[in-house]
Design a protein around this ligand. Structure first.
Ligand SMILES: CC(C)(COP(=O)(O)OP(=O)(O)OC[C@H]1O[C@@H](n2cnc3c(N)ncnc32)[C@H](O)[C@@H]1OP(=O)(O)O)[C@@H](O)C(=O)NCCC(=O)NCCS
Length: 105
């Protein structure tokens, strides 16, 4: 199965802690804390939100905290504990986009 989603980066409200805690796992919040620029932090969150909505489209599972989308050393994203999911994220022009592919078990 595949899934795709796009998210407007400017709609991410950094002051909305409840939203951030609803969307990002602890591991992701640790990665987020490595970035100081607000623009990069919004982009990071928007990319993960897009990826999790794309996972929902592929799996029908909208449990955001079940899927931590982290970085390999190269910067490439992967879904922790879910090797069956491949994910790709891009952001430009105020839009974050993500596409996922789930291998059938
Ligand atoms: C990776 C690369 C292709 C991203 O392209 P870009 O046009 O600058 O940026 P895009 O908006 O399209 O993509 C950014 C997303 O690509 C993903 N990405 C980063 N490195 C990646 C890699 N090596 N392979 C696949 N995807 C990668 C990330 O998910 C990133 O978003 P996120 O950090 O918010 O999760 C480009 O930066 C590149 O060639 N870098 C060379 C390798 C490098 O510099 N690595 C840095 C190590 S930290």
């Amino acid at each position: 199965m595949i899934g795709i989603d796009v998210v407007s980066v400017e709609r991410i409200d950094m002051t909305n802690k409840r939203f951030i805690e609803m969307v990002l796992t602890e591991d992701e919040r640790r990665e987020l804390a490595l970035y100081s620029a607000d623009s990069r932090r919004k982009e990071y969150i928007a990319g993960r939100f897009a990826a999790k909505e794309a996972i929902f489209k592929a799996t029908q599972d909208r449990d955001y905290l079940k899927y931590a989308i982290l970085h390999e050393t190269s910067g490439r994203p992967y879904v922790k504990d879910h090797p069956e999911i491949s994910v790709s994220i891009s952001h430009d022009g105020g839009i974050a986009a993500a596409i996922v592919q789930i291998q059938a078990k």
